[in-house]
Design a protein around this ligand. Structure first.
Ligand code: NAD
Length: 420
């Protein structure tokens, strides 16, 4: 009888031997999945001595699925993720120019995985382009279903673009389009529900992990109703749903206006010393500067889809971890979550025993944390920390390390296991 993770009243119920579907992935997927699975199983055994284990169940997607079934994303795969709630995946090749939407986007949409969660931290020993990478320790909550990513756009020169422009000019009185005949158009939907469910999850996460702040990152000075709405709805939600647990910079600004700066400062200090979570906001371009100049000022970050895309990569690069950054796509309401390697299929090194399994490994750490099996994540993370400190890593990382020792995928896997 297969055991499955369930959700009841918003709480995950995790059996001792849950079935977890996995997608091996294309290109280097096969190699990094084999490495990760061995490490996961060993760490679970080490942590729970057989009392707990994962029953892995392969589901197909990508090139392997297409070759075996004729479909890039078989319905059985979506059904399995729906049924078992959580899953993990390697990178998938998206065929270019064949009218097939990205498989990752398809999975996110099918399961309404509205949060893209990206923790960013530095591993001692990993080369970084900044002086103090140890000061970067953030968790990014990127909205995953709205914004300009909704894919509502029309190419210039098509009847649809012309029709859309006609609508804008005749029905909406828009006369600001500089070159209407040659413009493509895109629509940016940002809703109250979409923003608030993301921001609510970020606040809950910060409270649960006793973190100091949640920063709403937006470009509301220019896009007042979409990105400005995100900020405004975020503050409103924080002040109504978490009134006793947070202090917002919106409250601070109001207080400063009515009672003066000194009293507002006092209230902020009092909130901080009583351990309240501070909710603040920053304009996206300033945030990107600040993350280089004073990254220690940020902890949990909640942002819209496009900003989140840029921010995740910049922050990952700051800790030298663009190739090892993990990620998860989550719906906390239904419990559905897919954990994934964030890099691509690396066709240039596929099959050469050179691929770095760290991104998939760390996304597995996120998965075990999500299940509440914290001991497993700790074992794996500590083993990786130890190896990186000794300069032991795969070539992609070692080439930036002084006196690093390059290991193949299988050597690195064995070294992690030896250090568990
Ligand atoms: P890529 O991430 O596959 O490769 C970029 C560079 O990083 C390459 O030099 C590669 O060798 C290196 N690299 C990537 N992963 C590595 C690893 N684990 N270990 C060592 N080196 C690694 O990006 P790309 O070349 O732009 O894309 C290739 C394919 O991957 C495309 O079909 C693209 O659509 C797909 N892709 C999938 C995902 C995903 O499934 N999440 C993400 C990005 C790209």
């Amino acid at each position: 009888m297969k055991q499955q993770v369930l959700i009841e009243n918003g709480q995950l119920i995790v059996p001792n031997h849950p079935t977890i579907p996995f997608i091996e992935g294309d290109g280097v997927g096969k190699e990094i999945w084999a490495a990760a699975k061995t490490i996961f199983d060993t760490a679970v055994k080490k942590a729970y001595h057989g009392e707990k284990s994962v029953q892995w169940c392969e589901v197909l997607a990508g090139e392997k699925a297409y070759n075996l079934t004729g479909s890039w994303l078989p319905q059985e795969t979506i059904n399995a993720f729906k049924h078992y709630l959580i899953g993990i995946k390697g990178p998938l090749m998206t065929p270019v120019g064949e009218g097939i939407r990205s498989l990752n986007v398809a999975l996110r949409q099918e399961l309404d995985l509205y949060i893209c969660l990206r923790p960013v931290r530095w591993f001692k020993g990993v080369e970084s382009p900044i002086k103090h990478p140890e000061k970067v320790n953030m968790t990014i909550f990127r909205e995953n279903t709205e914004d300009i990513y909704a894919g509502i756009e029309w190419q210039q020169g098509t009847p649809e673009a012309e029709k859309f422009y006609q609508f804008l000019s005749t029905q909406m009185g828009v006369n600001k389009v500089r070159f209407p005949k040659t413009s493509s158009f895109g629509v940016k939907p940002v809703s109250i529900e979409g923003s608030q469910r993301l921001i609510r999850a970020a606040i809950k996460y910060a409270l649960q992990h006793q973190l100091p702040s949640v920063t709403l990152v937006h470009k509301g000075n220019i896009m007042k109703f979409t990105e400005g709405g995100f900020k405004q709805w975020g503050y409103a939600l924080a002040e109504s749903e978490f009134a006793n647990e947070v202090f917002t910079m919106n409250q601070y600004a109001k207080m400063a206006k009515t009672n003066g700066q000194a009293l507002a400062d006092e209230a902020l200090q009092a909130a901080k010393s009583s351990g309240k979570l501070i909710i603040k906001d920053v304009i996206c371009d300033a945030f990107l500067q600040n993350t280089l100049l004073k990254p220690q000022d940020y902890s949990v970050v909640a942002t819209l889809n496009l900003n989140g895309d840029y921010i995740s990569d910049q922050l990952a690069a700051q800790v030298g971890g663009i190739g090892i950054a993990p990620g998860a796509n989550i719906n906390y309401l239904t419990g559905h979550a897919i954990f994934e390697a964030t890099h691509g299929t690396a066709p240039d090194i596929a099959g050469q025993n050179q691929a770095n399994p760290s991104s998939l490994l760390l996304s597995g750490v996120m998965m075990f944390d999500y299940l509440g099996w914290y001991e497993v994540g700790q074992l794996i993370t500590q083993a990786m920390e130890k190896l990186f400190q000794q300069g032991k890593a795969t070539t992609d990382l070692v080439r930036f390390m002084q006196n690093g020792q390059p290991l193949s995928t299988s050597q690195f896997t064995q070294a992690v296991i030896d250090n568990l």
